[in-house]
Design a protein around this ligand. Structure first.
Ligand SMILES: Cc1cc2nc3c(=O)[nH]c(=O)nc-3n(C[C@H](O)[C@H](O)[C@H](O)COP(=O)(O)OP(=O)(O)OC[C@H]3O[C@@H](n4cnc5c(N)ncnc54)[C@H](O)[C@@H]3O)c2cc1C
Length: 399
């Protein structure tokens, strides 16, 4: 009993860690604890395919019930962990049960940041159940106000337009998705949404939400049927904080994804790790996938430092955004045929540190893959070659 490995949070990172532990030959007791009623699933389709009606939960679950049983992974659903006692190597579930562990992974992700105003017509989007509620509300002709011009808000706006809703996006800052994207891509996003008939308003502050309208601080009243709030997420750090683990903006880990407590690791959205010299969290599919796998290896004592290259994507209308690596002040722009962009970020030695692609469909994916290889290759690059859309990135890779 005492040798159990326990994973708290049966989301993407937690689910991936459980599957990896078995794949890597761990045969001991393995418990995956979640507070949602579902099997572990990936969240990107929640703002895209699920709302459009082209994807369902079974399609984006990490595995099915039969596979969990086959792998002897004990999945405790709908029963959150409410207390953690690192000194005693045990935790308590909401139903009162205590479970001892030999090794623990905290993959508790986060929840949607909420506005103080609660109304039946105000929806959030973090879970499958949130997405189902939103899908039912997005009927043709619905007047939707999206609060927040970040990725989730913009993806909901794009999907809602496709479903025939009238959409207004309210962004408090001067540009869209400013936290993670350069101004040139914010501009492109703004133009795309306006082209599709979305009323995007920048630099606006919300005063109040009523049952049938949203009021702005400048006095304007926007009549609406539905409000979707996408103003970021709050990492679920409470368990770790109460247990005395070191916590910053997330649960702080070292390069092995180890927290400040013995035999406790963290992974995914909740994990604060050093990247590019700074402690930060990554709220991306790619990070949940990589850290989930990685934490599993280190729970098995492999002691492998985590140094995966970060990245994310977003799909809006028929355009795709893909990033890899990290941004730097030194940026080179390549204009792609069809109006897309490929941005390269260089370090002081002219080596590629990050890239961002924006183009129709999935057309920039190949270039972003090559950029990832260029980042790993760490070779100095010629700025004019990078800017030249005629020149294949493969050539640069060959040196
Ligand atoms: C709508 C949406 C669209 C997205 N689209 C993209 C995209 O296009 N591209 C991209 O790169 N990323 C995207 N992401 C981000 C990506 O899905 C997340 O980064 C990823 O899901 C994080 O995985 P995680 O396992 O860390 O957290 P989660 O998937 O949130 O899983 C954490 C789980 O732990 C549970 N939990 C929390 N506390 C407890 C507790 N005390 N006890 C038990 N269980 C607990 C939570 O309920 C949850 O089920 C999107 C996210 C959302 C919400």
């Amino acid at each position: 009993m005492n040798d159990a490995l326990i994973i708290v949070g049966a989301g993407h990172a937690g689910g991936r860690a459980a599957l990896t532990l078995r794949k890597e030959g761990y045969t001991g007791r393995l418990i995956l604890i979640g507070d949602e009623p579902h099997l572990p699933y990936e969240r990107p389709p929640l703002s895209k395919g699920l709302l459009q009606g082209t994807a369902d939960l079974a399609g984006y679950s990490l595995c099915d019930r039969e596979r969990l049983a086959e792998l002897d992974i004990e999945h405790i659903a709908g029963n959150p962990v409410i207390r953690l006692e690192p000194q005693q190597h045990r935790l308590q579930l909401a139903d009162g049960q205590w479970l001892p562990y030999a090794g623990l992974l905290l993959a508790t992700g986060g929840r949607a940041r909420r506005l103080p105003q609660e109304h039946a017509n105000v929806l959030y989007l973090r879970t499958h159940d949130d997405a189902l509620a939103l899908r039912n509300a997005l009927t043709p002709g619905t007047r939707l106000v999206v609060v927040g011009g970040g990725f989730i808000g913009l993806e909901v706006a794009a999907t809602a337009r496709g479903l025939g809703c009238e959409v207004t996006v309210l962004e408090a800052g001067p540009r869209l998705a400013a936290r993670v994207l350069p101004p040139v891509i914010s501009q492109a996003l703004l133009a795309l949404h306006r082209e599709h008939g979305v009323d995007v308003r920048l630099n606006v502050a919300l005063e109040s939400i009523q049952a049938d309208s949203v009021q702005l601080v400048d006095g304007q009243v926007l009549p609406c049927d539905l409000v979707v709030v996408g103003i970021g997420m709050q990492p679920s750090i409470e368990l770790a904080t109460a247990a005395g683990l070191e916590v910053g903006q997330g649960i702080r880990v070292d390069e092995y994804l180890r927290t400040s407590a013995a035999n406790i690791y963290a992974a995914g959205d909740v994990c604060e790790f050093r990247l590019d010299g700074l402690y930060q969290r990554q709220e991306t599919w790619r990070n949940a996938e990589a850290q989930g796998r990685h934490a599993a290896l280190n729970l098995l004592g492999r002691e492998v430092p985590f140094d995966a290259i970060p990245g994310f994507w977003s799909d809006q209308y028929d355009w795709g955004l893909l990033t890899v690596g990290v941004m730097s002040p030194s940026m080179v722009t390549r204009v792609l045929p069809g109006g897309g962009l490929l941005l390269f970020y260089l370090d002081p030695e002219q080596r590629l540190q990050g890239a961002c692609g924006w183009a129709t469909g999935n057309s920039v994916a190949k270039d972003i893959k090559l950029c990832e290889r260029l980042i790993s290759a760490r070779i100095p690059l010629d700025v004019s070659s990078l800017a030249d859309a005629e020149l294949s990135l493969k050539t640069l890779l060959r040196g």
